[in-house]
Write a protein that binds this ligand. Structure first.
Ligand code: GUN
Length: 293
């Protein structure tokens, strides 16, 4: 039987419409719009494309977008100085520093300069620390892992007591996704490059989250029949049959795995749109919090 396809674009569209309505109401009632500042250091084309999409989507829901581009050779002081100025700017409610930063920069120190109340990406060390602990609430949750959980909820996954396997231990996806699954009472295994018998570990999963950055790595015989599979991967592969000569695929071999899984989010069209919707939602919340304080 073919799996239920989890349509991330449809879920994200619904969330964006709700955000747009809330932004319009904020503007009508308080004469104010949420503002999101993006900071990109260097000229990595993939990062530039992600930030462009984030800025475009912000504008479409009525969020003000303030773009900042710094050269790759910027110093630690220059990057931190910009983030501090944005932290003091009342029109900016959320600050996103696109990662990774160039190697010579201290990423943790840069993220530490973002005020907690503007940390809409959820990567400030304090927010991540709270996420890693029981009973401590982060102010904001990282957008991609939050999108993973929302899609699993949409698909009707049971978390309590489920065996969850996360492929990949990145700070941006794998680690925080594992923590969110633990908070929902799943039993979580995090796999990485040293894991022995990856297919065997994955086959035990009721919930499988793939975030390793390896095109079509997860095959049908890695997946437990009926499992919920979320594909976070986004890999460019050569394809001479397309106009551009390439196309995007996930970490999961979608065509194979959809015949075994109970539900599967495709890539593209799954988690990707959810990441941006989560960022917009966090920015709206950050702006709403300034009205309450
Ligand atoms: N690089 C890849 N994904 C992300 C993300 O969600 N936020 C930031 N800041 N950088 C990223």
């Amino acid at each position: 039987m073919s799996a239920k396809i989890i349509d991330g674009e449809a879920v994200a569209t619904r969330i964006r419409e709700e955000i747009k309505a809330a932004v319009e109401e904020m503007n009508a009632t308080h004469g104010m719009r949420p503002g999101l500042a993006t900071v990109i250091v260097g000229d990595d084309p993939a990062s530039a494309q992600y930030v462009r999409m984030k800025r475009n989507r912000s504008k479409k829901v009525g969020i003000e977008s303030f773009g900042h581009e710094l050269p790759a050779q910027s110093t630690q002081e220059e990057v931190e100085g910009l983030v501090r100025r944005l932290g003091d700017d009342p029109k900016v409610h959320g600050i996103l520093v696109q990662l990774p930063l160039p190697d010579h920069l201290d990423e943790e120190a840069v993220l530490n300069t973002i005020p907690l109340s503007k940390d809409v990406d959820g990567f400030h060390p304090v927010n991540i620390g709270r996420l890693a602990m029981k009973g401590r609430k982060p102010l904001f949750i990282p957008c991609t892992p939050a999108g993973v959980i929302t899609l699993l909820e949409e698909a009707g996954a049971e978390f309590d007591g489920a065996e969850a396997v996360v492929l990949g231990r990145s700070n941006i996806v794998g680690m925080p996704a594992a923590m969110l699954l633990i908070h929902r009472n799943a039993t979580v295994t995090v796999c990485h490059s040293r894991t022995k018998d990856l297919p065997g570990v994955c086959r035990k999963a009721d919930i499988l989250v793939a975030a390793v950055g390896r095109a079509k790595m997860v095959k049908a015989d890695w997946v437990k029949p009926g499992a919920f599979v979320i594909d976070v991967g986004s890999n460019r592969i050569d394809d001479p049959s397309t106009d551009k000569g390439y196309r995007w695929v996930g970490d999961v071999d979608f065509e194979e795995v959809k015949e075994v899984a109970g539900a599967i989010s495709p890539s593209p069209g799954g988690v990707g749109p959810m990441t941006i919707a989560g960022l917009l939602l966090n920015t709206l919340r950050a702006a709403q919090m300034t009205l309450k304080s």
